[in-house]
Write a protein that binds this ligand. Structure first.
Ligand code: PLP
Length: 359
């Protein structure tokens, strides 16, 4: 087995931070302690709870009616994702994953000597998930697990109700599990809630990283049936002891401010998209409008650049950073994050316009 270099994460940690102007972010800008009513001087270094603070379980139950015994809080959303995914497959099993997609989640599960099979979400089909085709791929490969994101990272396209019901039918017919990363779901207004409520073989993962302005705290969880969560907890117990006590205290405080934080995050998304879509009207750039969130995934115009990496090079010559689509498995694209304050977004878009319209 080839150990993945996890290209997106390495890119995000170094190249992603370059440039005076950046359209690379997929999370809203950070909040302050006061936004969650927490005085950092009161943080304790001695807290301990076996599986995380009860306030988080309570809030998830209150908001979505999920059974707390079906919830596993991870050291991060990816950790929760791994705990559920790893508890459902054995070496040699097939996992199907979307491309373009958030591939670090696939890289983690690949270490279990499973076979990973890509499934295309096509730009020319507006990144719609073709569930009929997906079902055929599951059956042909006898796949045990399907990995999806909703909203789709990198395009921001959502799984609508009809698509979700087709996924439910696919679970029924094939017996496979579907693990959905729903980190960006809260950008939808109203939030349709976790897909795990639709079927016992669907697992939803989300957390506090994207919309709530506490992205560096990296707190996330997975929700499913109590039986699946019990299996996931075995992976949890073998990959960490318990969640960080500092993270727990921040997460607990965030639970009493979730609505305000969500409204704030949605405001970034709406205002950013407003500015970006106005700008787009003057540009010759093919973009599938996202259903929510802070990102979109246009195709690079061939007359401007060979591929997304080349396009980024041209942007970087003018001090602007964008994310090359290669790291999501689609090299002809770039991911553009528009969830910035106007004062940062407008100058960045001016540069992008210059790259798209060389004189
Ligand atoms: C779809 C998706 N899932 C998971 C993550 C990572 O979350 P965490 O750092 O909590 O694992 C990201 C990016 O931050 C993401 O875009």
């Amino acid at each position: 087995m080839e150990l993945s270099t996890v290209p997106y994460i390495r890119w995000a940690k170094y190249e992603g931070l370059m440039g005076e102007h950046r359209l690379t972010a997929s999370a809203v800008s950070p909040i302050d302690w006061s936004d969650i009513g927490l005085d950092p001087a009161t943080l304790k270094l001695t807290e301990f709870s076996p599986y995380g603070p009860s306030e988080v379980f309570d809030r998830l139950q209150e908001d979505w009616g999920v059974d707390p015994s079906g919830v596993v809080l991870g050291a991060s959303a990816s950790h929760a994702h791994f705990c559920f995914g790893a508890s459902l497959v054995k070496p040699g099993d097939v996992i199907i994953h979307e491309v373009p997609g958030y591939l670090p989640l696939v890289d983690a599960l690949s270490m279990l000597r499973v076979k990973t099979v890509p499934f295309q979400r096509r730009f020319d089909e507006s990144y719609r998930l073709d569930v009929e085709q997906l079902k055929k791929t599951v059956i042909e490969n006898d796949a045990k697990l399907v990995l999806l994101t909703d909203l789709h990272n990198p395009s921001g396209v959502s799984l609508d109700k009809k698509t979700l019901l087709s996924i439910v039918e696919m679970c029924e017919v094939t017996g496979c599990h579907v693990l959905i990363d729903e980190m960006y779901r809260g950008f939808l207004d109203p939030d349709p809630g976790p897909a795990c409520l639709l079927h016992p073989r669907i697992i939803s993962v989300w957390g506090l990283n994207k919309i709530h302005g506490i992205s560096q705290v990296r707190f996330g969880w997975g929700c499913a049936t109590p039986e699946l969560a019990d299996r996931a907890r075995r992976v949890f117990d073998s990959t960490t002891l318990h969640t960080s006590c500092l993270t727990d205290q921040v997460a607990r405080a965030a639970m009493t401010h979730l609505d305000q934080l969500t409204q704030r995050g949605r405001r970034y998304a709406q205002e950013g998209w407003g500015i970006f879509s106005d700008w787009l009207q003057q540009q010759d750039l093919a973009v599938i409008p996202p259903d929510g969130g802070l990102i979109c995934f246009p195709e690079v115009p061939q007359e401007i650049a060979r591929d997304g990496d080349h396009f980024r090079e041209l942007c970087m010559e003018q001090g602007l950073n964008v994310t090359p689509g290669r790291v999501f498995g689609a090299s002809q694209h770039v991911r553009i994050g528009f969830g910035l304050e106007e004062a940062q977004l407008k100058p960045a878009l001016d540069i992008l316009a210059k790259v798209l319209n060389p004189s």
